[in-house]
Write a protein that binds this ligand. Structure first.
Ligand SMILES: [Cu+2]
Length: 363
């Protein structure tokens, strides 16, 4: 009986010792390092150049370190979203009780999981944690400060992927090592890695634009021409994007057709609104409780094509062109019958400068 007791005590002692080690993989456990504040960057670029990547894309930090992402592109919002194996939410969902064309940006992609006033979250590898929209522009009622950085404490060791809900090609990963690990990069090393990755992606921009600006046309019916224009374009792995119509300005003749095709992972529209107010991408509908509903107007989200031929009047819209969603178009075409100069926009990226002009000459 006594011997059995001693054995149990020894086992309990051993177990305690194992637990004290905390499952550490470091060969020679040292004292815990002081928790650090590590700065990362989400996105780069300017105006219509959008480098949709995290800088650096991979980072190794200690458990207990706080990561803070800032924005590299002054006008392009991003999210920092850890899915932990749950499916990526759709970008648009129906507005409850609304018409079929009443759609909103999916709330879980737009709003943070951290409740107002709560402390900075700690990520332990199993929960859905998301920044919501991080942007330089204020997103609340007048006077709300912009929410332009996002912080998260890293907890349990492991390697974790994260994504941006706005940009499907934008992925990052964080490896968390024990708090006493010594093999982590300094902030200076992280910064220089970020700069190298940024330079490599920015170098893709000029070739993407040059390729997009090559004139692509084919013979249409009755001596007309079909002109192909890209709506946006992207580099090899789609992290370097340009939100531009390529070519931005084209000259065609009466009877010719223009076909716009989306090329790249971001959504775009082709929207002609002669004599009418420009449509916005989002209408903010305040709610009695909780966050507002972010409605995407039906005349932006869906196809509006009043007739077979554009005579310079009426509202024309491609709907959200998207290479990922099978329900959405990837192209839009218009036949122009009246000489004139017609400006158009991408209703999603107009504020960044995504617009174009079709000049129609007399045949
Ligand atoms: Cu666009």
């Amino acid at each position: 009986m006594k011997r059995h007791y001693i054995l149990t005590a020894v086992l309990a002692g051993l177990l305690g010792l194992l637990m004290a080690c905390g499952g550490s993989e470091t060969a020679t456990p040292g004292p815990d390092a002081q928790a650090r504040d590590i700065k990362l960057v989400a996105g780069q670029g300017q105006d219509t150049v959008a480098i949709n990547a995290y800088f650096p894309s991979k980072v190794t930090v200690r458990a207990g370190d706080t990561l803070t992402w800032g924005l590299g592109h002054p006008d392009e919002p991003h999210t920092i979203s850890f899915l932990s194996g749950s499916p990526r939410p759709a970008d648009l969902v129906a507005i409850e009780g609304g018409a079929p064309t009443d759609v909103q940006l999916t709330p879980s992609t737009q709003f943070p999981t951290r409740a107002p006033g709560d402390p900075v979250e700690t990520y332990n590898g199993t929960s859905f944690i998301s920044s919501g929209l991080v942007a330089t522009f204020p997103q609340g009622p007048p006077g709300t400060p912009p929410y332009d950085t996002y912080s998260l404490v890293m907890g349990t060791p492991g390697t974790y992927d994260y994504v941006c809900f706005l940009h499907p090609s934008m992925k990052g990963s964080v490896t968390v090592v024990p708090s006493n690990a010594t093999d982590v990069s300094s902030q200076a090393e992280i910064d220089s890695q970020a700069e190298a990755e940024e330079a490599a992606l920015l170098a893709e921009v000029d070739p993407i634009r040059a390729g997009g600006n090559l004139v692509r046309s084919e013979r249409g019916p009755n001596g007309t021409t079909i002109w192909n224009v890209r709506a946006g374009s992207a580099g090899r792995d789609s992290r370097s994007e340009i939100y531009e119509f390529l070519s931005k300005e084209i000259s065609i003749k009466e009877g010719d057709t223009v076909v716009w095709s989306v090329k790249g992972p971001s959504i775009h529209t082709v929207t002609f609104h002669p004599g009418q107010e420009k449509p916005g991408f989002i209408t903010v509908l305040p709610q009695e409780a909780g966050p507002p509903t972010l409605q995407v107007p039906a005349n932006v989200a869906f196809l509006v094509k009043p007739s077979g031929e554009f005579d310079g009047t009426g509202y024309w819209n491609s709907g959200l062109m998207d290479i990922f969603e099978p329900d959405r178009p990837t192209s839009f075409s218009m036949t122009f019958t009246e000489a004139g100069v017609y400006d158009y926009i991408c209703a999603v990226h107009d504020s960044l400068g995504m617009n174009g002009t079709v000049t129609v000459l007399k045949r």
